[in-house]
Design a protein around this ligand. Structure first.
Ligand SMILES: C[S@@+](CC[C@H](N)C(=O)[O-])C[C@H]1O[C@@H](n2cnc3c(N)ncnc32)[C@H](O)[C@@H]1O
Length: 446
């Protein structure tokens, strides 16, 4: 079934949103706000439909020519056909919509959400590329991007979202690993590459199942193909990336380092680290400011003597900055690799952090009274009882950093129910050309 519609807005996802003549909401792959397009409906459900663009009759004002022509861009850069200003507006609108509907803020949501802070680099901003590895039915080794809902990897020659030093890694690594393996399956199921424009370090991490492995040959080949300063092998089972069975240094330092807000951070391959360093600095700055601190030439300051918990702390992106600002920091993180890196990052930046390895929800009730708290959970947001446990610690301020407006808006409701008022929401664009948006929100105790 085809019909001509006008695209209204971007959804929270790859698709744009419009309405069929029947009034039904339709999600349109490849649509841009303002497009008048002939669409082909590919799926119809009782309350919504999905469609593809047949022909654009008249392009919307926000539409631009996509830069990345490979099919992998559909999954990795699904908003690249939108002008950057329109991307920022759409991201803010998605945060407002989540707060309004899921958070129950109605029209008040619009007043609380600031404009989305733009990324200086709209391409070439990622410090990390993560590629899935697979053997196909013909016995060919493939390396590419995972697309949501598709078990197969999508091959690509390059990733223009990544810094120049690693943008061509998909092709280079595919060639190197095909040569290394020949027709032998070495159990590689994922390859991660991290680079820093600040420290000039590049690390290649091969994720493999436990088995024999030609360490020296792999080290030589990977080091030369990307001028890597570190080559490591992470031993784990596919689908169980959190259960690391071993980490072998094949060449170089065995770690990757990055500089952020004037501090130096070490991150081992299995540890979480923000993928857009320059924008992560804005997250940190926003968090420090929200707690009443300041950012000066010498770094974060002005939180002297405050007792602050940093939950879901990773390698210490927030915790180290808060401690440098003078706060007494208790950090909780569950992944063993990140916990070790966090301890080392505190030492290397000459700050004391009380690092607790464990589940944030479980540890929180033992922390006692707090002056303030920063939480930065994974996409699923906070476990049910966490806002109430936070309220029991009676912090005067809570900073909630989120990468998922839907779960965040649900949690906002919970915070308001336990006596915290949402004061301000600052979306920050860490992921240009995609629908993803990060936000820093601040709550005060009523
Ligand atoms: C979105 S990352 C944020 C990390 C850090 N705040 C940063 O900005 O780099 C979420 C972190 O939470 C950790 N994590 C996941 N579940 C957890 C849990 N139940 N308790 C504590 N940490 C957890 C992950 O290992 C990851 O490091």
């Amino acid at each position: 079934m085809s019909e001509i519609i006008t695209i209204e807005r971007m959804g929270y996802g790859a698709e744009a949103v419009g309405h069929l003549a029947s009034g039904k909401t339709v999600f349109v792959e490849g649509g841009a706000p303002g497009d008048v397009a002939s669409i082909d409906v590919v799926e119809e459900k009782p309350s919504f439909a999905r469609a593809r663009i047949g022909k654009i009759e008249q392009p919307g004002a926000a539409r631009v020519a996509p830069k990345w022509a490979e099919p992998a861009a559909l999954g990795a850069a699904p908003w690249q056909h939108l002008a950057y200003d329109a991307q920022l507006e759409a991201k803010r609108a998605n945060v407002v919509a989540a707060l309004s509907r899921t958070g129950g803020f109605g029209e008040r949501a619009d007043e609380l959400v600031a404009s989305c802070l733009p990324s200086k680099r709209q391409w070439g901003y990622r410090n990390k590329i993560e590629l899935g590895a697979q053997w196909d039915a013909k016995g060919t080794f493939n390396l590419g991007f995972h697309q949501e809902g598709d078990p197969n990897v999508q091959q690509a020659l390059a990733c223009p979202l990544a810094h120049d030093a690693i943008a061509k890694a998909p092709k280079a690594l595919r060639g190197a690993l095909r040569f290394l393996q020949g027709s032998d399956d070495l159990g590689i199921f994922r390859v991660g590459v991290r680079t820093s424009v600040r420290t000039r370090e590049t690390e290649v991490a091969l994720w493999t199942r436990p088995s024999g492995f030609p360490r020296a040959a792999a080290a030589k080949m990977l080091k030369s193909s990307l001028k890597a300063t570190s080559v490591v092998r992470v031993i784990a089972d596919p689908g169980k990336a959190r259960k690391i069975k071993g980490l072998e240094v094949l060449d170089g330092k065995g770690i990757w380092t990055e500089q952020l807000c004037g501090a130096r951070y070490v991150a081992h391959a299995p540890s979480f680290f923000q993928v857009n360093t320059a924008q992560a600095e804005k997250l940190v700055e926003q968090a420090v400011l929200a707690l009443g601190g300041s950012i000066g030439d010498a770094g974060p300051a002005g939180l002297d003597g405050m007792l602050v918990a940093d939950l879901y702390a990773g390698c210490g992106t927030f915790g180290v900055a808060l401690a440098r600002a003078g706060a007494d920091v208790i950090a909780v993180e569950s992944a063993a690799s990140s916990v070790r890196d966090l301890r080392r990052n505190a030492d290397e930046n000459s700050v004391d952090i009380d690092v607790i390895g464990g589940d944030a929800a479980r540890e929180l009730p033992q922390l006692g009274g707090l002056d303030a708290l920063v939480v930065d959970p994974p996409r699923a947001g906070l476990a049910d009882g966490v806002p109430a446990d936070i309220a029991a610690a009676r912090p005067s301020r809570v900073v909630y950093v989120s990468c998922n407006p839907a779960t965040w808006a649900r949690d906002v409701r919970r915070f308001e129910d336990v006596g915290y008022r949402l004061e301000r929401v600052q979306p920050v664009d860490l992921f240009p050309q995609t629908y993803h948006v990060e936000l820093v929100s601040c709550f005060v105790r009523c």
